[in-house]
Design a protein. Structure first.
Length: 118
């Protein structure tokens, strides 16, 4: 799962660069969203979470992105949503070679529990 953390950090930088320069973005909410996306992408790939937990993560992902862009203009929100879609795709690509072994599944479950406990 260490590999997952490295990709998450690299991809977080990529999304930050894609954001409109003057956009009002809540960085804490954005980081929570990025972590949730990474966890959910790997969980889906490895089929490692039950449906209820996956649904809670999806809801957290949606609420975190809404929080991140709450003060952004409509035009900035559109650009941020485009960047978010690119981030999801980049995350999926980066995590495509991560093994779906017991360690990965345990790490995903641990990350999900931490994120949902916040």
């Amino acid at each position: 799962m260490k590999r997952h953390s490295i990709y998450g950090a690299a991809l977080a930088v990529a999304l930050s660069v894609a954001l409109p320069a003057a956009a009002q973005v809540d960085e804490q909410c954005l980081q929570r969203w990025q972590q949730t996306v990474s966890t959910r992408v790997l969980a889906e790939r490895c089929n490692s979470l039950d449906a209820a937990t996956a649904a809670k993560l999806k809801a957290l992902e949606d609420s975190s992105l809404a929080c991140a862009v709450a003060k952004a203009s409509a035009a900035d929100k559109a650009q941020i949503n485009d960047a978010a879609a690119q981030f999801r795709q980049s995350t999926a690509t980066a995590l495509a070679s991560t093994p779906c072994d017991d360690n990965s599944r345990a790490a995903v479950a641990g990350h999900a529990s931490k994120q949902l406990a916040k």
